[in-house]
Design a protein around this ligand. Structure first.
Ligand code: NDP
Ligand code: GDP
Length: 326
């Protein structure tokens, strides 16, 4: 029988890659989308799947619309990717961020409990929940203390705890993937990787002279979104629901990212093209994220396939091409 999946946040980066994966596996995919004046399907268009999805309108802050989407789609699997996902903006919109990322997840759990308790749920948790906590070896795993340092981080930690609680209290098959940063040529332009690769594309095409950034010393564990959505699916194929860290186990500073990105544009002296602007500094920062995904490897058989260099090369090449034809 054809499996049915309901994906919230389907128009985002991960929603597009996950839809592509599930369509390839023969799933019927339903996309929960907010009603916008100009709905943006560019990520789904990029992967050539916009017309292969059935859309249900709604919003994570509206329980009635979630109930309706669940009744219409009758999903075997629900992937909750919808979120206010940009950490930087979460200090300016902390209340709406929590309404979507915390109460929105509670809406979904309540809806599942009442309407479809046998559906399986994937919740998009995040390494931001750790804050600056690290194990002695400098990594974060499923048991590392979570002390978030942004409204985004604490809103996601609420959801993470709610998911575990509904699993334990009501027996709902609900997993949280604690994903570390993952990127692609369709990553939002506000995130630092894409801001840099898009900036390189603009510099090469003569549209821009420099890129303005914030803190260049922080370190992140960056992987490829296409690899990470596979881990989401694998979690829901297990016999028991659980939480998993998904990461590469390596990290790089923004300076190292810059040097690799400019290298693929054949520019050696990247420093000439960077200006630090305090506008892009954050009220509180996470110094270093490096995930230990040995549990995902052991239980799910998952490990990342795409190297950091290949990921950045792919993004730089796409952005150079986009700007050369505009
Ligand atoms: P994006 O920002 O690309 O996509 C977010 C999606 O959520 C969009 O489709 C957006 O739709 C939708 N959305 C936002 N608010 C609402 C709402 N109120 N109701 C319904 N839909 C809404 O995020 P990513 O694809 O990068 O990330 C997917 C998930 O994984 C997110 O939950 C994110 O927080 C989490 N995550 C991401 C990481 C990463 O590195 N990418 C790392 C760890 C976790 P619209 O544009 O129409 O508003
Ligand atoms: P995050 O890890 O989810 O916050 O992903 P981002 O890509 O937004 O940011 C990663 C890191 O890059 C953070 O520590 C930011 O402070 C840092 N950074 C430095 N300059 C910038 C910038 O101009 N924009 C963004 N988004 N991040 C920046």
């Amino acid at each position: 029988m054809t499996k049915r999946a309901l994906i919230t946040g389907i128009t985002g980066q991960d929603g597009a890659y996950l839809s592509k994966l599930l369509i390839g596996k023969g799933y019927s995919v339903f996309g929960f989308i907010s009603r916008r004046v100009n709905q943006n399907f560019s990520n789904l268009d990029y992967l050539g799947i916009t017309n292969k999805i059935e859309y249900v309108f709604g919003d994570m802050t509206d329980l009635a619309s979630i109930n309706h989407a669940i009744r219409v789609s009758r999903p075997n699997e629900i992937y909750n990717l919808a979120a206010m996902s940009f950490v930087g903006l979460s200090w300016q919109e902390p209340i709406y961020t929590s309404q979507v990322n915390s109460l929105g997840v509670l809406n979904l759990l309540e809806s599942m409990k009442d309407i479809t308790p046998t559906s399986k749920l994937y919740q998009a948790s995040t390494s931001e929940m750790f804050g600056n906590s690290v194990e002695k070896n400098g990594t974060q795993n499923e048991n590392t203390q979570m002390i978030p340092r942004s409204p985004y981080g604490f809103s996601k930690l609420f959801a993470h705890n709610a998911v575990r609680n509904y699993r334990e209290s009501f027996g709902i098959f609900a997993c949280s993937g604690i994903l570390f940063n993952h990127e692609s040529p369709i990553r939002g332009l506000e995130f630092v990787t894409r801001k840099i690769t898009d900036g390189v594309g603009q510099i090469i095409s003569g549209k821009k002279k420099f890129i303005e950034l914030g803190n260049l010393e922080v370190r992140r564990d960056w992987g490829f979104a296409g690899d990470y959505v596979e881990a989401m699916w694998l979690m829901l194929q297990e016999k028991k629901p659980d939480d998993y860290v998904v990461a590469t186990g390596k990290n790089w500073s923004i300076k190292e990212l810059l040097s690799v990105a400019f290298k693929y544009a054949e520019i050696k002296d990247w420093e000439k093209y960077i200006k630090v602007n305090p506008l892009f500094l954050r009220p509180a920062e996470l110094v270093t994220l490096k995930g230990d995904s040995s549990k995902a490897k052991r239980v799910l058989g998952w490990s990342p396939k795409t190297s950091f260099d290949d990921l950045i090369k792919l993004m730089v090449n796409e952005d150079i091409m986009r700007h050369s034809i505009k």
